[in-house]
Design a protein around this ligand. Sequence first.
Ligand code: PLP
Length: 360
Amino acid sequence: MARVYNFSAGPATLPEEVLSRAASEMLDYKGTGMSVMEMSHRSKEFISIAEQAEADLRELLNIPENYSVLFLQGGATSQFSMVPLNLLRGRNSADYINTGYWSRKAIAEAKKFCEVNIAASGEETNFTSIPPRDEWKLNPEAAYVHYTPNETIGGVEFHEVPDVGDLPLVADMSSTILSRPVDVSRFGLIYAGAQKNIGPAGLTIVIIREDLLGGASSEVPTMLNYETHAKAGSMYNTPPTYSWYIAGLVFQWLKEQGGLERMAEINKRKAEKLYTFIDNSEFYNNPVDPACRSWMNIPFTLKNPELDGKFLELAREAGLVNLKGHRSVGGMRASIYNAMPEAGVDALIGFMREFEKKYS
Ligand SMILES: *Cc1c(COP(=O)(O)O)cnc(C)c1O
C-alpha cells in the first residue's frame, strides 16, 4: 500500500527514511541478533544509541554545556507539574503567558502548586494573536516565566524568544522544537513531548540549565525530580528505549537534511505557500494574525461548514489524511512538521483548489 500524506497533529508523520532504516534494523540490530526493543537499556549497544542521540540533539540545537538533556516519559503533560515542583525553589508565584489551549492546561496544573500570575493573555483576540511583549505584566518575584512557543491547536506561534530579563524562561516546545534554530541559552528549561516533531510517543525531552537542578523539596517524588534523571543519565529506571532510538534516527536524518537552518527555510516556505493560498481564497479562512501564524500547525475553516464532511472524505480518498481540526475548535488543521515533505503541502493545496472549484 502507498503511504499517505498524514497531517496529524500528533503522533505525527515520521520521515520515510527513518522508518525504512528502523525496519531494516528491526530483527537484528547491528549483528546483535535482536531488535533495539529487546535490549537491556544498560547494554553497551543501547548506551551507544542513547549517547549518540544526545550528542546529535546537542549538535542540532547547539545546546550549551551547562545544560542537561533528559530523556523522560509522561508526556509534556507531566511537565505541567514537574516544572513548578522543581523550579519554584521556595518562591510561591510563577508567571504564565496564556496563548491558548496548551497554555491553559499548563496554568491549571501550576495552580495546584503556586500562585499563577497571568502576565499576558491572548483572550481578548480569542487567542488569534500574541499580546505584545511591552504589555506583559511580569512579576519580578516570580520563580519563572512559562510560555508556549507554538500553540498546536490555535496555530499561533512566537517568531521570537521573548526577553524576560533574569527570570528563568520555561518553554513548552512540544510542537515546534527542531523546526528552526533556537538560542537555548535564552531559556532556563525547554520541554517537548516527542510525538510531534521528534519521534514516537512515549518520550519527553527536557533541556534544563544546570543551576536549576536540585531545587525540588524533599517531598517531591523521586521520579518527578529532574535531578534524579540528570544524575542517572535518564536511566534511573527503564527509559523508553525504542522511542529514544527512533528519535536518534530522526536527529541523524535532520543532520543529513542540512540541520535546523535548512529545516527553517523549508518549513517557512511550506507554511507560506499554504497561508498564501488560503488568504487568496474566498472559500477557506485562517483567523490568526499573520504576525504570529504557526509554521507547524495551520488551522483553517471552510466558509460553509456543511461541506466539512465532504472535504474530509474526498481528502482521504486523495491520500491526504487527518485533516480534521481539534474537537475544541472544529474546522480543519494541517500539521506540517519537519517530516511532512513539501510535496505533501503541494498536494494539499492542489486538492483544496479542486475542491473549491467544485463546491463554491
Ligand atoms: C501535544 C502537546 C502537549 C501534550 O503532550 P503529551 O505528550 O500528550 O502530554 C502539550 N503541549 C503542547 C504544546 C502540545 O502540542
